[in-house]
Design a protein around this ligand. Structure first.
Ligand code: ATP
Ligand code: MG
Ligand code: MG
Length: 548
């Protein structure tokens, strides 16, 4: 199995299955539909689905939609698409909001047991009364309300008699608990806001900490896996399961969230980048969203393998973004056809090549995967090479073209630079070269050697193409800690656009086809392109300093 990377949560599940405590492993991935999924969510998706898969269990996709203010169906649809794209099929598809009626009756049960009360304190007062780590909290003057009064007020809250913020329902636990989360947490609030799923049916909404354990229990989740910041919530999670008398008893386990260098990973910040126009949408290829990574050219296999390799720990570390790049290179190495593209063209005329003649040369589609076969590429008197493959006054050890020097054209011939043509301002606009017919690739020519091999495309048949080169969107993502905003660290050069040419073979490519452009890197055909022009997104360069 590709997925049983050992980790502490998996070990817990193994123990529970072996001891018979768990009959069927049930996990869930519970996104709030308030934004698009990002690579951090992928870590949670892979963990939840892999663990259930391994033990023949089930994983639900559950939308944790208890806060109507920020949620939207656009996000629901994008999340479903992204989970499927990542390669996972959920068992149940659920909405926390479908359980509102049951949550309400569990809240009534708490009131009846004397374990919840309606409070009239304002949000600010509640915060003030809650105390601090070193100071116990103070009881609300409304804490002593009778069961009857609480039942009446809570029903009237539901019926819409009160304004937002006028009243809340709180669990009655312990205002001097060392765990602040147990100091009578709010479990229902009033919000006269329509909900994407329940419309205007409700004007009271359960708080996440109350809703989540109930959702897990209703679905029979056995292992409720969440990120570390919920560790202090676990006692309240267990309290809710017990006092609400839920028939099933899920357990919560926490792991460290994924952070990546030069990457912001909170939906709030990603939303800000979208809404303030720093990027062109949630699927901008610079975004760490799954839709952005997909448009950039990342494959589901690469992301899954990355998530498994980074492991699951009790602490959150920061992972080098180069590791993610490493996994996409690895995945594409054998799959992506090789091709040649010129990002910054310089015209070369081969003066001793017959005018008007084109010959077809043979080239391997992928030398690392010979099964992919061969392709034909045209060669003729006029070609484009990369501007940076020519220097008029080269430094030592420059092995590409310069006046009087000879190089190999990949898959073709040796050419020698005879003459440099310049415009009135002295810019190099064209080179005149000669070729040696004896040196054709594949003929076994050994007469002399050259040190450089450069790429090229035949000029009359080349297809114009746009290349979009990406760099990190945010540089130094920690800068905020010094008081600034992450927006001060947006990289002004995160997108560089070049207009060049590709081989004529590329005329029928489709969105999301992936190629390795010789000497440049892996590129994805932009799937969102509505123009006639070909657009290629740089997935990752070829060079890697990253070693596993
Ligand atoms: P954000 O702070 O980006 O809004 P969130 O935790 O509020 O993230 P949810 O929609 O609640 O987003 O997340 C769904 C699941 O994905 C949760 O179980 C959450 O713990 C997990 N998750 C979110 N971000 C990460 C991350 N960076 N690494 C690992 N898991 C994550
Ligand atoms: Mg959350
Ligand atoms: Mg959130």
């Amino acid at each position: 199995v590709e997925h049983n990377t050992s980790n502490f949560i998996r070990n817990i599940v193994i123990d529970d299955v072996e001891s018979g405590k768990t009959k069927e492993v049930i996990t869930r991935f519970p996104p709030e539909p308030n934004g698009y999924l990002h690579i951090g969510h992928a870590k949670s998706i892979v963990l939840n689905f892999d663990i259930a898969d391994e033990f023949g269990g089930k994983t639900n996709l559950r939308f944790d939609d208890t806060n109507p203010v920020k949620e939207d169906v656009e996000f629901v649809e994008s999340i479903k698409k992204d989970v499927e794209w990542l390669g996972y099929n959920w068992d149940g598809l659920f909405f926390a909001s479908d359980y509102f009626e049951e949550m309400y009756s569990r809240a009534i049960l708490l009131i009846e047991k004397g374990l919840a009360y309606v409070d009239d304190l304002s949000a600010d007062q509640i915060r003030e009364y809650r105390g601090t780590l070193t100071e116990p909290g103070k009881e609300s003057p409304f804490r002593g309300r009778s069961v009857e009064e609480n039942l009446d007020l809570f029903k009237r809250m539901r019926d819409g008699e009160f304004r937002d913020g006028e009243k809340v329902l709180r669990a009655k636990i312990d205002m001097s608990s060392p765990n602040i989360n147990l100091r009578d947490p709010v479990i229902y609030r009033i919000a006269h806001v329509p909900h994407h799923n329940t419309g205007t049916k409700w004007c009271i909404y359960p708080m996440y900490a109350f809703a989540h354990p109930i959702e897990d229990a209703i679905e029979g989740v056995t292992h409720s896996i969440c990120t570390l910041e919920f560790e202090d919530q676990r006692p309240f999670y267990d309290w809710v399961i017990k006092e609400c008398e839920m028939p099933a008893v899920p357990r919560q386990y926490e792991f460290g969230r994924l952070n990546l260098t030069n990457t912001v990973m909170s939906k709030r910040k990603l939303k800000q980048l979208v809404e303030e126009g720093y990027v062109d949408g949630w699927d901008d290829p610079r975004m760490p969203t799954l839709s952005g990574l997909r448009r950039r050219g990342y494959t589901p296999e690469a992301i899954r393998n990355f998530c498994r390799e980074i492991g699951v720990a009790k602490t959150s570390g920061i992972v080098d973004e180069k590791m993610l790049e490493h996994f996409v290179r690895e995945d594409l190495k054998l799959k992506a056809p090789r091709t040649m593209g010129i990002l910054k063209p310089l015209k070369v005329v081969i003066t001793n090549y017959p005018e008007g003649e084109i010959e077809m040369l043979d080239a391997e589609i992928n030398p690392e995967n010979p099964e992919m076969g061969m392709r034909k590429i045209p060669f003729g008197r006029e070609i484009y090479i990369e501007q940076e493959d020519f220097m008029e006054d080269p430094p030592k050890k420059y092995f590409r073209l310069f006046p009087g020097n000879e190089v190999r054209l990949k898959h073709a011939y040796f050419i020698k630079c005879e003459e440099v043509i310049k415009d009135a301002d002295g810019n190099v606009v064209e080179l005149h070269c000669t070729y040696d017919p004896e040196t054709k690739s594949g003929t076994g020519f050994t007469g002399r050697k050259v040190k450089g091999t450069i790429h090229w495309v035949e000029a009359t048949q080349a297809i114009p193409a746009e290349f979009r080169l990406y760099e990190p969107l945010i540089l130094d993502e920690d800068a905020e800690k010094e008081g600034g905003s992450f927006l001060d660290h947006v990289n002004p050069n995160s997108l560089i656009i070049e207009q060049g040419f590709v081989e004529p073979n590329m005329k029928d490519v489709k969105g999301n086809d992936k190629f390795q452009f010789f000497r440049h890197g892996y590129f994805n055909v932009d799937p969102k392109n509505e123009s006639d022009k070909l657009i290629f997104n740089l997935i990752v360069s070829l060079k890697s300093s990253f070693k596993l």
